[in-house]
Design a protein around this ligand. Structure first.
Ligand SMILES: Nc1ncnc2c1ncn2[C@@H]1O[C@H](COP(=O)(O)OP(=O)(O)OP(=O)(O)O)[C@@H](O)[C@H]1O
Ligand SMILES: [Mg+2]
Length: 320
């Protein structure tokens, strides 16, 4: 094992529904080292949630298929895992929290019971009662929350409950897909501070997806920028956000600055996002790119060091 808890290499995944096809991942590459906090950003529809769900084997097999590339978890190749194989590893080493905890918590089961179920699956010899109490304490919920049903809790408390269920699996990597987007600003800050504290306390790695570049910059060591199913730039947060190299990242940061008061959602960049049904061999940003040249529409460049920028990797012909 090389110290990476998650390795995604040139993964291509297509959804096929009623005659339409969408290449939601089209050669995405992303690595998370043990204990590392990694952020994933990109505009709506770029494939972030697809990537997150793939790390738990939660892509519905009926409509989606991994067409090429490779994914490994804890050094084990999971690219061709069956549902039975996924069930054996889901939750540990990788667990996930989502934007809408209510859809992932069981509405008719008390919170304490749901936490206990996740503990029982992953730690058969644990003393359930004391482990549930410990998990509630870790996520800063009162012990009485064990007796509550999910609908009786506030949005922030539900997210804490879902975190406790995830932590019950003792994950080495927590994938958090917009965990705070549905919450008010104060609660957002509390949940983020909690995730950070838990990471340090438990030595867990984190893959954090968010529309809020500020949140990602403050919580993560490294950042990946995703565009139309490709990861187009990655490196230390200070490099990617301080000296962006890919023209898409440059546009994204400008748009985010312009939209800072508008709830932190991305303002749009000039031009339309690409049609994910067309698998073009070139860089998907070409039609919107101020630096586009002939080779851009012919071939997607391999990753390489950014020129005149920080120490990040970038997939852009302007840097070759
Ligand atoms: N269940 C599905 N069936 C068919 N196509 C899907 C499905 N889920 C996602 N897609 C396609 O994959 C693309 C990527 O979706 P995904 O949810 O991964 O994007 P995202 O980056 O998470 O967006 P957002 O920021 O809005 O959450 C979408 O544009 C859509 O066309
Ligand atoms: Mg999403």
């Amino acid at each position: 094992m090389n110290g990476n808890i998650l390795e995604i290499d040139a993964l291509r995944l297509a959804y096929r529904t009623r005659g339409t096809v969408a290449y939601a991942m089209n050669g995405a590459t992303l690595h998370v080292a043990e204990g590392e906090a990694v952020g994933l950003v990109g505009e709506s529809g770029s494939g972030k949630s697809t990537l997150a769900r793939a790390t738990l084997g939660l892509i519905p097999a009926k409509i989606a298929r991994i067409e090429s590339g490779r994914m490994a978890i804890g050094g084990q190749d999971v690219t061709r895992f069956t549902e039975d194989q996924w069930q054996a590893i889901r939750g540990n080493p990788v667990a996930m929290v989502f934007q809408d905890p209510l859809s992932y918590l069981n509405p008719v089961m008390r919170v304490g019971k749901q936490i206990a179920e996740s503990v029982r699956l992953h730690e058969p010899r644990a003393i359930l009662q004391s482990r549930v109490e410990e998990l509630l304490w870790l996520v800063k919920l009162p012990a009485a929350a064990a007796e509550a049903y999910p609908h009786e809790l506030s949005g922030g408390m539900r997210q804490r409950a879902l975190l406790a269920v995830a932590l019950g699996c003792k994950p080495k990597l927590l994938v958090a897909d917009e965990p705070t987007t549905a919450l008010d600003v104060t609660t957002q800050a509390e949940i983020l501070a909690l995730i950070r504290e838990l990471r340090e306390r438990l030595g867990m790695a984190l893959l954090l997806i968010s529309h809020d570049l500020g949140i990602v910059a403050s919580a993560c060591d490294r950042i990946y920028v995703m565009y139309a199913g490709h990861t187009v730039e990655w490196g230390k947060a200070a490099d990617v956000f301080g000296r962006p190299a890919h023209p898409y990242t440059v546009g994204l940061l400008k748009a985010a600055q312009a939209a800072r008061n508008a709830e932190g959602r991305f303002a749009t960049i000039a031009g339309d996002p690409p049609n994910l049904a067309e698998l073009s061999p070139g860089c998907p940003f070409t039609p919107r790119c101020p630096l586009a040249r002939a080779e851009c529409s012919a071939e997607m460049p391999p990753p390489g060091p950014a020129r005149n920028a920080g120490a990040q990797e970038v997939r852009c012909w302007a840097h070759r």
